[in-house]
Design a protein around this ligand. Structure first.
Ligand code: URA
Length: 234
């Protein structure tokens, strides 16, 4: 079924009809390879290839948002007393059926995916799929010389994890499970408590380009890679 371009883009979460109208007039949107500056242009969203600033957009039943969670915000959909990750989303990206995929502690920053797809959420957080999560940690004390080996062997009862030592008090850790406060507990066991923690990657998704508090919908390539990582079709 054909729909107006501004409606399609607004449904994708790119802004209000007025906001997406500005993007269209500015020449930021291509449909099937050609720039379209008419916001009332008719297209079939299931068939047309839509690009924003040269990046193909995903049009799917479900909706997904990538957020750079800042510190001080809770990973929940509602809270009486504290700001939640959903409160951070601009109106244009907010939907009441978005759910966070996994959890980042209140003081932890970084990449948080929100999705309306329950099956995707379930698989991304289920240990069977071993989705890699990469964290950057700054530590209160220098790491012991055997830190890498101890992470690789499995520390504090957790599954083996990769540790890349970047400086005596700075390291990148890759996990394939996601237990409560896992990174903090792992480093605490080494005697090097975490003073700053940021998630840089989640499966095929990376935080690059998003400042703390910023959010955007997924691009088509990211979406395909995400579904593929857990054996689903987008
Ligand atoms: N591990 C932690 O300790 N905290 C997080 O927020 C995520 C992983």
């Amino acid at each position: 079924m054909e729909e107006r371009l501004d409606r399609v883009l607004a449904h994708l979460g790119l802004g209000t009809r007025k906001e997406v109208g500005k993007l269209i007039r500015a020449g930021a949107v291509r449909v099937d390879g050609a720039v379209v500056r008419d916001r009332g242009f008719k297209l079939d969203p299931q068939r047309a290839r839509i690009e924003l600033h040269g990046e193909p957009l995903a049009f799917a039943r479900h909706y997904h948002v990538l957020l750079h969670k800042p510190a001080g915000v809770v990973t929940a959909t509602r809270s009486e007393h504290e700001p939640t990750v959903l409160d951070l989303l601009p109106n244009a990206l907010w939907r009441d059926d978005l759910r966070p995929v996994g959890r980042l502690d209140k003081p932890t920053e970084g990449l948080l995916l929100l999705t309306t797809d329950g099956e995707l959420l379930h698989r991304l957080t289920h240990p069977r799929w071993k989705v890699a999560k990469v964290y950057l940690a700054e530590l209160e004390a220098p790491l012991p010389p055997d830190a890498r080996e101890r992470f690789a062997a499995g520390i504090a009862g957790f599954a083996p994890a990769e540790l890349e030592v970047l400086a005596p008090q700075r390291a990148r850790v890759t996990l394939r499970e996601g237990k409560h406060r896992q990174v903090r507990r792992m480093f605490a066991t080494l005697g090097t408590p975490v003073v700053y923690l940021r998630r840089e990657r989640f499966g095929p998704l990376a935080l690059e380009g998003l400042a703390p508090g910023e959010a955007r919908p997924l691009f088509e390539g990211e979406l395909a890679a995400l579904y593929e990582a857990v054996g689903l079709e987008p």
